[in-house]
Ligand binder design. Sequence first.
Ligand code: R5P
Length: 294
Amino acid sequence: MTLRLVLPLPGSEAFSVRLAAAGGFELGGLEFRRFPDGERYLRIDVDPKGRPVDIVCPNADEHFLTLAFVADALRDLGASEVTLVAPYLGYMRQDARFRPGEAVTSRTFARLVSCTVDRLITVDPHLHRFARLEELYEIPCIALRAAPLIGAWIAREVASPLIIGPDAESEQWAAEIATQCGAPYAVLSKTRRGDRDVQIAMPDLGLHGGRQPILIDDIASSGRTLIAASTELRRQGFPAPVCVVVHAIFGGDAFSKASAEALRIVSTDTVAHASNTISVASLIADALAGLSPG
Ligand code: R5P
């Protein structure tokens, strides 16, 4: 059987170690430096000939050109298949032209990635106006769900939880996780007026008084969704919530601001962050192992 080769792009080394260990895959290395003019030098330190290679990319925005160079080099060196492992898949939120002249970056990014690798595997991509990644991407895609891992964590760690999705889109996670923990759930209603301006309306949750609220969201970016939802919960007399997010982006001071409103913030390790508690490495490793030839 041909052993899969995991190749971390800069910044994804720690996750790649966990992934390779979870799947029993070989961990390769990438020599990366900048020439004096700033251009990239890249060298793959393992022979990929005839092998499926999984490139782990932490942040496609910053690393896309590196990804393109490495994927092309791998093919040139005889890799049998090149998979992009993007635990967090960026450029999923600008999925429509809301104002005249805007770039619909979801589509363009998907086209670029589709020309670059043979397959994409990710966790909880932000699917809103598109139902499936295949509506954007022209390559086979695997979208894994972190909900079972999150549900198991809550069932283990929190007594008498009340699962709360802060907006209509989050109902898909909230409902599944609540079923898994045998807890009730509620979905709030969110109006976003700007990147950092979010308003949340909350139904009367008095029926669930005495429960520990758990806010569930796929992404925390500015943290404003978590902060606004926490404020509304406190207004109704609930204790500070435990916030669980799949992708802990937390730009700027978002984490410290959100932490001030929460009992605890927990995330998966799709994005390396101090709040990482739940690992998706085995989830991804199992999916990759299912692709292995032989
Ligand atoms: C929105 O559709 C997402 O599900 C998240 O609620 C949103 O991305 C969170 O962003 P922020 O942390 O900036 O409020």
